[in-house]
Design a protein around this ligand. Structure first.
Ligand code: CU
Length: 244
């Protein structure tokens, strides 16, 4: 009898561990020539800090046209499934009078740790648009200030992307994608992304770039994940300039 119970336990464990899943990887390539980035008109204090970011980051293009800062996520196919937010925080740091990273992603309910690494005052002003997410605005006057609670108190619902800005320095912006599941990624400097361990199934995968897509939903493609890696590449076009 004991042996039988053990066999059931082993079989159950094997099933849990054996849920088929695959990594989804790919590259987002920019087609077309983006407008030149604008130099940031720093004030005296920030200019003296030799900031790492000195221009706008509208189109950050790397090797072979790879487009950085694209938010890639499963937009359909996970409805009705429940996921637990990761316990670790995603950090948004104020560093050299800019936000790092520029684009990031979290699960709804996950902490965004807001930090100030600069020896001057910044403030974080979140401007969500989705119902149930509320605006917040608070100052971090000193180097080393950290806040783990403002985000989780205010941003409870999925939203792609929540805009953050600093009211002290009008060039400072960051964007955070919020999803009801953990299957998303932001492209690196060469446009590559990897979404690990996606459960087997059929999904819509969307790639959204703030400047290229604006109010549009982004590029979408259907993917089918089984027990092996899936490749999904995207091409994003620079939109035509607005009529003069
Ligand atoms: Cu600031």
């Amino acid at each position: 009898m004991k042996k039988f119970a053990l066999l059931i336990a082993v079989a159950t464990l094997a099933c849990v561990q054996g849920v088929p899943a695959g990594d989804v990887t790919g590259k987002v390539t920019l087609k077309g020539t983006p407008p030149p980035e604008k130099p940031i008109a720093f004030d005296d204090t920030c200019g003296k800090m030799q900031p790492a970011v000195t221009t706008t980051r509208h189109y950050v293009v790397g090797k072979e046209g790879g487009l950085a800062n694209v938010f890639v996520y499963i937009s359909k196919g996970l409805e009705g499934k429940k996921f637990t937010p990761p316990a670790d925080a995603v950090e948004v740091d104020q560093q050299g009078c800019n936000y790092q990273p520029y684009v990031s992603g979290v699960m709804a309910g996950q902490t965004v740790r807001i930090k100030n690494s600069d020896p001057i005052m910044h403030n974080i002003h979140a401007l969500p648009k989705v119902d149930g997410n509320t605006e917040f605005n608070f100052a971090q006057p000193s180097q080393g200030d950290v806040n783990d609670t403002k985000w989780t108190e205010s941003i409870k619902n999925p939203e792609v992307l929540v805009k953050l800005k600093c009211d002290v320095h009008p060039w400072m912006f960051a964007y955070v994608g919020v999803l009801p599941h953990p299957y998303f990624a932001v492209t690196d400097k060469d446009g590559n992304f990897k979404i690990a361990n996606v459960p087997a199934g059929k999904y819509t995968l969307t790639a959204y770039h703030l400047k290229a897509h604006g109010a549009k939903p982004g590029e979408a493609q259907e993917i089918s994940v089984a027990d092996s890696p899936v490749t999904a590449n995207f091409t994003v076009e620079v939109p035509p300039p607005p009529p003069q």
